[in-house]
Design a binder for this molecule. Sequence first.
Ligand code: NOJ
Length: 968
Amino acid sequence: MRRARSPLLLLVLSLLLPVAWMVKHENFKTCDQSGFCKRNRQYADTAASTSGWKAPYSLDPATIVVKNGQLTGTILKTVGSDTVRLPLTISFLESGSARVTIDEEKRLSGDIELRHDSKARKERYNEAGQYALVDGLGLNTKATLCSTAEKGTTVVGYGVGEKNDAFEAVIHHAPFSVEFKRHGTTQVQLNKHGLLNVEHWRPKVEKAVPEVPEGETAPPPKPQEEGEDESTWWEETFGGNTDTKPRGPESIALDISFPGYSHVYGIPEHASSMDLKQTRGGDGNYNEPYRLYNADVFEYELDSPMTLYGSIPFMQAHRKNSTVGVFWLNGAETWVDIVKKTTGSNPLSLGTKAVTDTQTHWISESGQLDVFVFLGPHPEDVVRSYGELTGYTAMPQEFAIAYHQCRWNYVSDADVIDVDRKMDKYQIPYDVIWLDIEYTDGKKYFTWDPLTFVKPEEMTAHLAKRDRKLVTIIDPHIKNTDNYPVVDELKSKGLATKNKDGDIYEGWCWPGSSHWIDCFNPAAITWWKGLFKYDKFKGTAPNTFIWNDMNEPSVFNGPETTMPKDNLHYGNWEHRDVHNINGMTFQNATYQALLARNKAEEKNPRRPFVLTRAFFPGSQRLGAMWTGDNLAEWSHLAAALPMILNQGISGYPFAGADVGGFFGNPSKELLTRWYQAGAFYPFFRGHAHIDTRRREPYLAGEPYTGIITEALRLRYALLPAWYTAFHTAATTGAPIVRPNFYVHPDDEAGFALDDQLYLGDTGLLVKPVVHEGADSVDIYLADDTSYYDYADYTVYQGKGSHKVPAPLEKLPVLMRAGHIFPRRDRPRRSSALMRGDPYTLVVVLGKGGAEGELYVDDGETFEFQLGAYIHRKFVYEAEGERLSSADVGTKGKGTDRYVKGMEKVRVERIVLVGVPAGWKSGTVKVTEGGKNWEAEVSVVKGGKGRADTAVVRDPGVAIGRDWEVVFG
Ligand code: NOJ
């Protein structure tokens, strides 16, 4: 087995050497080793170093038509005396976004020849949208042509809402470029630097090799003509694998500039800071572009633009009070260079302010050029527009946002039951236990190891009795072996990915020789759905859910640990075109399968839960992701939060990292700190490699087990707040955990901050401890509002850094004044047992009062789509000293029944933090449903440096009703 080191070997090694975890760089390409990346970087260098560089692309004015919200025309690329015709479409969407698409006429009409008798499609890949986009493509028919446009330009005015005039696209004809303006100021520019490059189709011209007379040596090859380095056009070999490239060179590239923007974020997944770095060298910068090519990067390194498991080519640019974004819709290997240029910083040019522009260069190996431009102006606008197109994050079942206990592997059904019992014995809450690949019979998915998982149905039933869930892993590689009906069917039905010759593709993964299901094929999805039926995947039950791993896809003997690019998928698209989409199609098939496990479930389905490692825009609609194989090291604990924050602002917020670190054995301190941090990851799962020591929380011993349990209880207490934040994400695209810039878009000092988070709209500000031996952290406050320590109400105030004590037992959490958040304070074994529990409302008083929300539904089914939920808005008015609860839901068929079922669920406590000095214990007036009564309030003086608080015990109000509590 490739990854599981023998325990004995590991022991010997660990005694002899400090364990060195190192990614094998030589397994992955640099830009220079990736032909199309190198060519486009060279192109950029030529453009930059050639005075008077003129980009060879111009929009033929005679072809321009603006109609029904769309501009169409033809771009002409001049190649010597020839021209290549490139159809252009700019669509102005109702949402205010614009979409620019460039194709190539010759390939579009199939007027090209493929090499090597390839069966691949001839067109540029144009189906990425079918997988990534779900909505938001309605055209803004009010987009209008501006009659005063300067010669050589076409200007289209567009926007959102009634006025519809906030935005403008200024299209320069020659060379072709587009400026996107908001209120007259350019925000995003396409092809400003002339790096647009559409590698057009051309036949391979066999060059005569000069004959060398015997005894003489061949003359050195002539230097390549500028921009015409043909060495990687027709074939490319890396690590012993040759890519045959039947369509020749076909990359697309474009420079996208953000004038006046000095920060760019996004384009996950990289183990890097959220604030993206420059990539063309210089102090503290990278030398390589950020790469997007889903890959199983073993022992990945930190602070690196190297590719990882998933790709979201969506970037936001931010400056004070303005956010804009671009979404590069392409499923092929993609690289992004980032350079920042500051002008006006000359100390002699008095009175001028330095301005930084960020220039980005996007390079994809194949496909259409397809880019969306979002003009903001707020971070919320950009993520909403992106989510409108690609879908918002799916509302998960409630258990999915509770704690998950995983390791590679729980070794038997008895082991699972034992862990479950011990968690109860130690009163450690958890909802889900996971099974990694070893539960299978010889890595044959949909089977159980007959020696170790003897009675899987009893195991699932045991868990079900306690309202707990089981997640089993199912990977996309199917063992190529005899007597395995799954592989027989895969083959006989022709549902596997094919090699370049059209035969079934064979490669190596956990099971050894394997084939890969091709989930681009609708018939493969239909077949896959059948495999999960309870009577097929025996031992599973309604409380079984699925983990999809290795879906980049990981192929141990493939180029860069994945599939050859010239493999063929459904519709004869090359793997090259769809590589980054592949993982999402597998997760989608599993998602569909979980909806159809039996007839009863089809009628009233429960929300699927599928964890994926590979992802693409749209994956957020299907389940959670995690950051793959991290290390049990402090540096990896620190690296997880920037990655999770970046996922959040990139439209895929249901994200987590392996708590404890996957490889290696964390110290007890590290494990404890990781649980504290993990309690604030949207996806919260402990996981460990097969070679590591067991580390279930109860094994740590005191004080660690107790502290970890406290972190878990904090997560469980705050589940109502988390669930509400998930609802907000599912309806607006807002991140669940939010970085400083998102919450305070005007606070320049905090734009690069990625080591602390805000939880949804709760005002909770968390800074996990990520350094060994630390007993305090410096929390950055972006504004002059009061913040209160979550546990002891110590007041922190004043913009800037504040030292907050953080002994091991303490996770620094502050509450920002002006917010209200819901909690459930009764410790329980799992989230399901909390469903009927009463709520606590925490009201953190601000100058003008406070506001907050609660969203709650059955936590399981899709009935919330029929209005079966409670959505309240709580407002505390400082002037009237009154707290009220109002309905902000939309009534539907299911509302009354749900609200009635929740009638008995009440608010058991209202905690007010930062109450005025004059407040005294006594009574408050309560009104609900036309009735009035009084409840007791006790005021506690905080003392030096701490806020005064008040607690109303049992105000007697129902969570689903309108009510008011008057304090004054
Ligand atoms: C790789 C995954 O990243 C890891 O989490 C898992 O334990 C192993 N595959 C084995 O399935």
